[in-house]
Write a protein that binds this ligand. Structure first.
Ligand code: GLY
Ligand code: MN
Ligand code: MN
Length: 449
């Protein structure tokens, strides 16, 4: 079964676009992911390599995509480009035990490649695609086993000089080109991400309506996962963070095994993966459904900074501008709450809020939750790149006050993060996170029901 919601013609177009960036007389190799053992003979839920998926739409492990750009001098005898997929062969016995396989014959048709071979043919045929090429493009170092396979092919070619074989003399990392493409989302990708956000936001709403004193954090997580799967998103895009009380101050808390207590805040960072694309949403709310004064003050400050940062987003803007605005709002607010002391202008220029806002403001979002794409734009990598229509990012300010911090005890152990997913449009931005309650009034209303 093809699991993608992106039309196969879009995958064909992506391959063509990547081929257009490749030098003449080159070959690119993009391997699928391997299954990962959980214990003995059980595996984790398979997650396809995102670069491979982006270019192929193919959902099985162990496969290999080969993109060939031939020497234009040979255009009379060879096609200008070739797209080739190696994949697991049909195998009735294996399929009875482990599930269906597409097989090379069907893969060629369904995934619209020029040619598909079985993996049994890889060792013999792959060197022939590399032979005579000037440049080999692949992600050296990403998969040790695949590196070994490639180097074995190169040895075969180098050892076959007498038979007229030759190995490429240049190896180029293919990732930069693929990742630049992935950074700008197509309309079809945006539609999937919008839907992933709707589902994920509804899951946060469901968690708010469900959470109560005495439940384990993982029971709230179960509600979230149910809402994802019940609406077509089989799995979470990353390990859900469901942290009550002081656990909200642990940035990547995923134990989710403690009991919720009235009077505490609950921080949930959870997003669905839909057709390979991630949502990444955080909401923070009181277990008992009512923010106390200190919680409300901290929450509204984070919310104010998030809204101010989001409002800076438009083509030509950048993360530095959004950061500056968020830092100013947070620092001023923390000063007014007595959590920062000193001279306000100095505190702002020192970005004093970083004492409690201990992570970045946001990141690219797409097939990966921390998506690919360079954050810099000039050759020296020292200038933040400008936003362009089609980029998607998170904006996720947070404040975390250690339980032992030398502050009034009403602040101790509080953690608040609010995270939305923002698309850059031609004229500004679209907030994809539309269904997760965010104001105190909206959260309290959902929890009161
Ligand atoms: N869920 C991880 C993050 O927000 O970056
Ligand atoms: Mn997150
Ligand atoms: Mn995030």
């Amino acid at each position: 079964m093809i699991h993608t919601r992106i039309d196969m013609h879009e995958f064909v177009a992506r391959r063509a676009a990547l081929l257009a960036t490749m030098p003449d007389n080159s070959v690119a190799l993009i391997p699928a992911a391997k299954e990962v053992t959980r214990s003995r003979d059980t595996e984790y839920l398979f997650c396809q390599d995102k670069d491979f998926y982006y270019l192929s739409g193919f959902h099985e492990p162990d496969a290999l995509l080969v993109l060939v750009k031939n020497d234009p001098a040979l255009s009379m005898t060879e096609a200008a480009t070739e797209t080739v997929l190696f994949c697991r062969d049909k195998d009735p016995e294996q399929e009875v035990w482990h599930g269906r396989r597409v097989g090379a014959e069907q893969a060629e048709i369904q995934f619209k490649v020029d040619l598909a071979y079985t993996l049994d043919e890889l060792e013999q045929i792959l060197p022939m695609y590399i032979n005579g090429k000037q440049t080999l493009l692949f992600a050296q170092g990403a998969q040790a086993e695949f590196d070994n396979l490639v180097f074995a092919c190169l040895e075969v070619l180098r050892g076959g000089a007498k038979q007229g074989l030759s190995a490429p003399n240049t190896i180029v990392d293919i990732r930069d080109s693929i990742h630049e493409m992935r950074l700008i989302k197509s309309d079809a990708e945006i539609a999937v991400m919008r839907e992933a956000n709707v589902i994920s936001g509804n899951a946060h709403k469901r968690a708010m309506a469900f959470a109560a004193q005495g439940q384990f954090e993982y029971q709230v997580e179960a509600e979230i996962l149910h809402e994802f799967a019940a609406n077509g998103a089989r799995a979470a895009a990353y390990g859900s963070i469901v942290g009550g009380g002081e656990n909200a101050t642990i940035l990547h808390y995923t134990d989710n095994d403690e009991v919720l207590v009235d009077g505490d805040l609950l921080l949930i960072d959870a997003g669905a993966e839909l057709s390979g694309y991630a949502a990444d949403i955080t909401r923070t709310f009181p277990v008992d459904g009512k923010f106390n004064e200190a919680q409300a003050a901290l929450y509204n400050l984070v919310l104010e900074s998030q809204i101010a940062a989001i409002e800076t987003i438009k083509p030509g803007s950048n993360f530095a501008i959004a950061n500056k605005v968020a830092n100013e709002v947070l620092t001023k607010g923390l000063y007014e709450l007595g959590l920062l002391t000193g001279e306000l202008d100095t505190l702002i220029s020192d970005k004093a809020c970083k004492k409690y806002f201990i992570h970045g403001l946001g990141h690219w979002l797409g097939l990966d939750v921390h998506d690919v794409g360079d954050y810099q734009m000039d050759e020296n990598k020292n200038q933040l790149r400008s936003f362009k229509a089609g980029m998607v990012m998170t904006i996720e300010p947070g404040l975390y006050i250690d339980a032992e911090a030398d502050v009034d005890e009403k602040w101790q152990g509080l953690g608040v993060r609010i995270e939305d997913n923002i698309l850059v449009t031609e004229t500004g931005y679209e907030n994809l996170t539309t269904t997760a309650p965010k104001t105190i009034a909206d959260i309290e209303a959902v929890m009161a029901k």
